[in-house]
Design a protein around this ligand. Structure first.
Ligand code: SF4
Length: 103
């Protein structure tokens, strides 16, 4: 169950920034999914097509961690609280301008 949003920590209106996951660092540990008050992330196993798109080294790393990574499924809900950036043990998440990432 995600924590209740603390609006005092929400620094930007939606669609100002969004998280970007560095897939070469993400180990699918789910901290981002647990701390985000807005359900922006989903941590799940990569499907066959997603695994095939990885570099060999990245594939080895992903498979060593259960084949899971974090996906940004609702970037439009991000309020820029920064909880996910602080929670990620792999330092795999940064916030970028919303329009910087094309779907
Ligand atoms: S900064 Fe991270 S934790 Fe906060 S709303 Fe955006 S995605 Fe969720």
């Amino acid at each position: 169950m995600p924590p209740e949003p603390n609006v005092t920590e929400c620094k930007q209106p939606p669609k100002t920034v969004r998280p970007l996951v560095d897939t070469t660092r993400c180990e699918g540990k789910e901290d981002c999914e647990e701390v985000c008050p807005y359900g922006v992330f989903e941590v799940r196993k990569l499907d066959a097509g997603e695994r095939k798109a990885l570099s060999f080294m990245n594939w080895v790393k992903v498979m060593a961690h259960g084949g899971k990574q974090a996906f940004v499924i609702h970037p439009e809900n991000c309020h820029s609280c920064g909880l996910c950036v602080r929670a990620c043990p792999e330092k795999a998440i940064r916030l970028v301008r919303f329009e910087e990432v094309t779907p």
